[in-house]
Ligand binder design. Structure first.
Ligand SMILES: Cc1cc2nc3c(=O)[nH]c(=O)nc-3n(C[C@H](O)[C@H](O)[C@H](O)COP(=O)(O)OP(=O)(O)OC[C@H]3O[C@@H](n4cnc5c(N)ncnc54)[C@H](O)[C@@H]3O)c2cc1C
Length: 307
């Protein structure tokens, strides 16, 4: 069985960047991806905040370019769902449906999954008015009305951020009070552009080519009503894709992987980059930067690897 220098798990921006650097440095590197390489970015129509593309770029094209560039330098990408890991100092095993692979180092780039509403219209209008990122998509909604779903810190912070662009934010929450910290609540409640819709849950997102409205149900009265909005921002939580490392490496209280500044996890030789990490800001640019750092840290680790 071949022993890889490094196996990268996940082919989003973090994984493809780590793969580009490690392949270019002539390491024996393999990237495993369970879906199509590209990660979450594939679900967005347009990316406007990734440097180098002043007119924006489609999520698909950006990720296709990242993949092509990494493959040009020899990155091997294999379609595999990683189901588990075995970690010992000298040998690390990556378990997949297709068998077990051995490697000296691992970079975890498995990303995170935004919790979805699971209602009609959500999948179909994803990236066409349904968003999980105000920083990414807020500027597309200048002078329009949007709904924000959620009642925690992220929902309220993002609602306040969106007021920079939109004419009105309808903040929809299933209870009659917010979970967000007091100071955020006060800022949101006193904001002239934020209107609260309490005790309500979304039941359907309306529109064909773009969002035209949202159907909501009051959970106390059971009445269903419509709000005309052009965007729906969903902030009901993020789940890190950490099933394969639970119990093996240190995770924070929300289940994200804890690393040091060099992307080293609590297990030597196992690194993590991108949205899977415990950190402040989950973006393509941060994932790319961390992928580069992790790849370099792997090179340094391998220089001292006793074998
Ligand atoms: C709709 C949407 C729009 C966005 N728009 C922007 C934007 O405009 N600008 C911006 O900067 N950011 C944007 N983001 C955020 C950005 O997409 C993420 O921050 C970025 O993709 C994180 O990259 P990553 O490589 O860490 O993880 P991901 O992109 O999540 O990639 C992880 C990959 O790992 C794979 N994987 C997971 N587990 C396994 C396993 N066990 N075995 C094999 N493969 C596995 C997954 O299939 C996935 O392809 C957006 C996100 C969404 C959802």
């Amino acid at each position: 069985m071949p022993m890889y220098d490094v196996i990268i798990i996940g082919g989003g921006p973090a994984g493809l960047t780590a793969g580009l650097y490690n392949a270019r440095a002539r390491l024996n590197v393999l990237l495993l991806e369970r879906l199509a390489p590209g990660g979450q970015v594939l679900t967005t129509d347009s990316v406007e905040n990734y440097p180098g593309f002043p007119d924006g770029i489609s999520g698909f094209e950006l990720m296709d370019r990242m993949k092509t560039q990494a493959e040009k330098f020899g990155l091997k990408i294999q379609s595999e769902d990683v189901t588990g890991l075995e970690l010992s100092p000298k040998r690390k095993a990556v378990l997949t449906g297709g068998g077990t692979l051995e490697t000296k180092a691992i970079i975890l780039c498995c990303g995170a999954t935004w919790k979805r509403l699971g209602i009609e219209g959500e999948d179909h209008l994803m990236g066409k008015g349904v968003s999980f990122c105000a920083t990414c998509d807020g500027p597309f909604y200048r002078n329009q009305e949007v709904a924000v779903i959620g009642g925690g810190d992220t929902a309220v912070e993002e609602a306040i951020f969106l007021t920079r662009f939109v004419s009105k934010v309808h903040l929809v929450h299933r209870r009659d009070k917010l979970r967000a910290t007091k100071v955020l609540q006060e800022r949101a409640m006193s904001h002239e552009k934020i209107e609260f819709i309490w005790d309500s849950v979304p039941v359907k997102i309306l529109g064909e080519k773009g969002v035209e409205g949202i159907e909501l149900k009051n959970v106390k009265t059971q009445s269903v009503f419509r709000k005309n909005v052009q965007g729906v921002f969903v902030f009901i939580g993020t789940l890190p894709n950490t099933d394969i490392v639970k119990g093996l490496i240190r995770l924070d209280e929300n289940g994200f992987v804890v690393t040091d500044d060099n992307m080293q996890t609590s297990v030597r030789g196992v690194f993590a980059a991108g949205d899977i990490r415990s950190k402040l800001f989950r973006q393509i640019s941060t994932a790319v930067g961390e992928g580069a750092t992790a790849s370099y840290a792997v090179e340094k680790y391998l220089e001292n690897f006793a074998g």
